[in-house]
Design a protein around this ligand. Structure first.
Ligand code: B12
Ligand code: SF4
Length: 511
């Protein structure tokens, strides 16, 4: 059979590399795009091929892989199945538009969707979008081939949510995969795109022009932070590939010339022995790439930092979230500021080149003093880079459930939206206030950096400056103080719309 695998991305998170930034070639058919590779379809493509299917992949970050181009390919190739893959709530409108445009061309060819958001909202998607025929819930490695083998009998495919006589039918759930080592390595060569290691910003913030890709060595996380849907996606379990399987893939990538790798694991640092085995393997094999990962500050993996550094780890991102125990507790983060300090200090002491801190602002019960303390805390920490995003609520998280219970979110009508907490929750600081304090906090942080660590700041700017124009660096530095316009804005909860509001009002609406 012929299957089309299409990654629908957010335009905000990709940008074709400008020619002056050295690279986008015309004529060769390959382009350079500042984006993360679409690991979902890269993972599924070889699995389908192994079962004898033909696969054609598309990533909408490519200017020639927009809906109209894919529709043309549908007309030419007449695939048996069109599979759309997208990650988040923010991309659902684009995925729907893609399904609509392709359905007009595809007629009876079934369109199946999958990915994190689809998994958490399967039956609702079918009720909402007539152009989508079914949803694959959870991991696709077994589900998608099973679906292709039973196109005429969707009722037999576990994990599938499909439509019969206009109604959504929810098949029995498919258990989580037990053995992640059984599948072929992702296909990173079929798409005519070179992904460039960059920051997902509105200026071309290129980090390196090294051949770049992502790898997933484990799935899931056993913690339960209130704003995160990873536990819901993976049933609160952490599963991993064996070090030998991971090393096989890393060797292949090394031999293909990849020199920059980012691990998209939800929590890479969880298992000390496994980290040790992977890192020692990288060292023994003399693999040449540098790599980065994310993890919790209380991980046992912190003890493995020396071997990680030796194995080429030069970027480590920690979920710091807040500078006060009160807010950390409210987020159910189960970590202390002292653990944050220890982890960051150790990472720098062991020579990790860039240590990043993810922070959130605008959390429930966070006061002005708490928020400013997060910035002061960040200034004290030995972080190289940091990001302060406003806390948002997504369906599938404990926070979403809390807002449903508190009568702020109507789960029936709001399921496809996401909300900034400071827009909707009266126990948060108002959005305007959060923005004002964030700009003030960034100002404080930048000044402390420039005066207390001038050499480090200069070196960091030089890293950016290698591939960026000075005007773009200035834009990058000014970005925390500017208002960014994303293509998809947070929407209003249904109950506020009922009240005729056009802007969110942070008060409990009548149920
Ligand atoms: C890497 C990553 C990114 C990268 C983008 C990567 C890319 N181009 O693909 C960047 C940094 C750009 C990013 C940005 C954002 N992300 Co993000 N991201 C991730 C992360 C950490 C890993 C994704 C990944 O590579 N997984 C590995 C692959 C193999 O898994 P997969 O894609 O899910 O595919 C598997 C299954 O889903 C399934 N499958 C996939 N497609 C299909 C299709 C069919 C038909 C079928 C049957 C099955 C199927 O099979 C695959 C193999 O099992 C996930 C967390 C996670 N664990 O999913 C968050 C995650 C997806 N992101 C999230 C969010 C919120 C965002 C942002 C909105 C953040 C923001 N506010 O700026 C943006 C939006 C970006 C966008 N929509 O394009 C949330 C989504 C929550 C939600 N309900 O919306 C997640 C779950 C993180 C979290 N803790 O909440 N992200
Ligand atoms: S935020 Fe990180 S630690 Fe918390 S549940 Fe999600 S993946 Fe786990």
């Amino acid at each position: 059979m012929i299957a089309f695998l299409i990654h629908v991305g957010d335009d905000d998170f990709s940008r074709v590399l400008p020619t002056e930034a050295n690279g986008s070639q015309t004529g060769t058919g390959r382009i350079k795009v500042m984006a993360f590779p679409p690991l979902g379809i890269q993972t599924l493509a070889p699995v389908l091929r192994q079962r004898g299917h033909q696969v054609r992949m598309f990533d909408t970050c490519h200017p020639q892989m927009k809906a109209e181009h894919i529709a043309l390919a549908v007309r030419q190739d007449k695939p048996d199945v069109i599979a759309l893959s997208f990650l988040s709530t923010t991309t659902y409108p684009a995925a729907k538009r893609m399904a609509q445009q392709l359905k007009a061309e595809a007629g009876t060819i079934p369109i199946i969707v999958g990915g994190a958001f689809a998994t958490l909202n399967a039956d609702r998607i079918l009720g909402d979008c007539p152009d989508i025929d079914c949803v694959g819930v959870g991991e696709g490695e077994e589900l998608l081939p099973d679906y292709l083998a039973h196109l005429d009998d969707p009722g037999s495919v576990t994990g599938l949510v499909w439509r019969r006589d206009g109604k959504a039918v929810v098949n029995a759930p498919r258990p989580l995969l037990r053995d992640l080592d059984q599948f072929p390595y992702p296909d990173r060569t079929s798409l005519p795109i070179d992904y460039i290691e960059s920051l997902p910003l509105d200026v071309p913030a290129v980090l390196s022009l090294d051949k770049f890709c992502t790898v997933q060595t484990s799935r899931g996380c056993p913690y339960s932070c209130i704003y995160c849907d990873i536990p819901a996606l993976g049933q609160g379990r952490w599963r991993s590939r064996s070090p030998a399987h991971v090393l096989g893939e890393l060797q292949e990538l090394n031999d293909q010339g990849y020199r920059s790798i980012y691990l998209t694991d939800d929590h890479f640092l969880i298992n000390r022995t496994r980290i040790d085995a992977i890192c020692r393997g990288i060292i023994e094999r003399k693999l040449e790439f540098h790599w980065g990962c994310e993890g919790r500050v209380d991980s046992l993996g912190i003890e493995q930092l020396p071997v990680m550094r030796e194995a080429g780890c030069d970027f480590l991102a920690f979920g710091v979230e807040a500078g006060t125990q009160k807010v950390l507790n409210r987020l159910h983060k189960k970590q202390t500021p002292e653990q944050v300090e220890h982890a960051v200090r150790e990472a720098k002491r062991q020579g990790i080149a860039r240590v990043h801190g993810f922070f959130v602002v605008g959390s429930p019960d966070e006061t002005e003093a708490d928020l400013m303390e997060s910035f002061r805390f960040a200034a004290r920490l030995d972080l190289d880079t940091f990001g302060f995003n406003r806390l948002c609520a997504y369906r599938g998280t404990p926070l979403w459930q809390e807002y449903v219970a508190r009568g702020i979110i109507d789960d029936e009508r709001d399921w496809h939206k996401w909300f900034k907490c400071s827009d909707i929750d009266p126990t948060t600081l108002p959005s305007a206030e959060v923005n004002r304090l964030r700009a003030k906090g960034y100002g404080l942080l930048f000044l402390r950096r420039i005066f207390q660590r001038p050499v480090r700041t200069w070196n960091l700017l030089r890293t950016f400056g290698r591939h960026m124009k000075t005007t773009d660096i200035i834009k990058l530095l000014a970005s925390p103080f500017r208002r960014r316009t994303l293509t998809r804005k947070a929407e209003l909860p249904a109950r506020m719309i009922d009240l005729g509001l056009e802007e969110p009002v942070r008060q409990k609406c009548p149920a």
